[in-house]
Design a protein around this ligand. Structure first.
Ligand code: NAD
Length: 279
């Protein structure tokens, strides 16, 4: 599967980055966004459900769609691929997972250093219409509960986060922050939104310092995440891609392993370190 040269580089690596997309969790039963036949996008136009504009227009539709995704995610458990990525920590002194997924499955599998580029379905935050706030000349104040910009004056600055933490992404009416009254939303990055600069900086640092980057289950169509494997490649890190179909990265990667994450990642660990992963 791996050439002796790539195998040697993985074995000798002090820092491995694993960069993952929706395909990583496909075998856990969570649909990817781009697969036309069964992906979530096959039934819903992403622009209707995963943008701030969509939320502003129809918060309940957007909330309900995310509730549907969260129900699938809550039923899912890490697959053999996630377990193999966690197992890497036994053999490599530093393993950084950079994930575009919002499903918490890398953490559930046991990875300690996980950068969630696109946020998490398991946290809520306030929805802030910054355009409207500035048009109305409202001075943004940070709500101590939801950490969003509260444009409401009656926010209790001594409140703690516990009442917010009890609110889940669950069926029903879109909840509001108990502190500032703002509509809540999942703390994930929607189309057209900026990534959390602190998380992005951590991911860039990891891509710039790793010896090996393993790119798993990403179509590499969403920027700025998609550039990270190329950064590592340009710097001379060994880049291994795992995907059932070739992507734009395949031709330049040091190894392009065609297949499913849950099949290939355990085989990679077996080939490099001789260990078996069972689910
Ligand atoms: P994508 O849907 O654009 O691409 C998925 C990729 O995974 C494809 O290249 C596909 O060939 C590959 N794939 C499918 N099954 C696979 C398997 N078993 N093993 C390995 N690869 C497999 O996903 P993306 O590149 O991550 O970008 C879409 C965005 O959607 C991401 O930003 C992500 O935040 C979001 N998303 C997240 C989840 C989740 O958290 N699980 C699910 C859907 C979408």
């Amino acid at each position: 599967m791996l050439s002796p040269a790539v195998l040697h580089r993985i074995k000798a690596a002090a820092h491995v980055c694993v960069f993952t997309g929706a395909g990583m969790s496909a075998e856990s039963g969570i649909p990817t966004f781009r697969e036309r036949t069964e992906g979530l996008w096959a039934k819903h136009d992403p622009l209707e459900v995963a943008t701030p504009e969509a939320y502003k227009k129809n918060p309940q539709l957007v909330w309900d769609w995310h509730v549907h995704l969260a129900e699938k995610v809550r039923k899912a458990s890490p697959n053999a691929g996630h377990l193999a990525v966690a197992e890497l920590q036994k053999f490599v002194s530093r393993v950084t997972v950079i994930t575009q997924n919002v499903d918490n499955l890398h953490q559930e599998a046991g990875n300690r250093d996980v950068l969630e580029l696109h946020g998490s379905l398991f946290r809520l935050t306030a929805f802030v219409d910054e355009v409207e706030a500035s048009a109305n000349g409202l001075t943004p104040a940070i709500c101590p509960l939801c950490k969003g910009y509260a444009v409401w004056e009656h926010c209790d600055h001594f409140a703690d986060r516990s009442d917010l933490e009890e609110i889940e992404l669950a069926a029903g009416r879109v909840p509001r922050c108990p502190g500032c009254g703002a509509l809540l939303r999942p703390d994930i990055v929607w189309f057209g939104e900026m990534l959390n600069p602190r998380v992005l900086e951590g991911a860039v640092d990891a891509a710039d310092s790793c010896d090996v980057l393993i790119c798993v289950g990403s179509s590499l169509e969403v920027e700025p995440a998609a550039s990270l494997p190329y950064r590592a490649l340009r710097r001379g890190a060994a880049v291994v891609e795992i995907n059932p179909v070739p992507t734009a990265l395949s031709a330049t990667a040091d190894a392009s392993l065609i297949g499913k994450a849950g099949d290939i990642l355990p085989r990679l660990l077996k080939q490099v370190w001789g260990i078996e992963i069972r689910r």
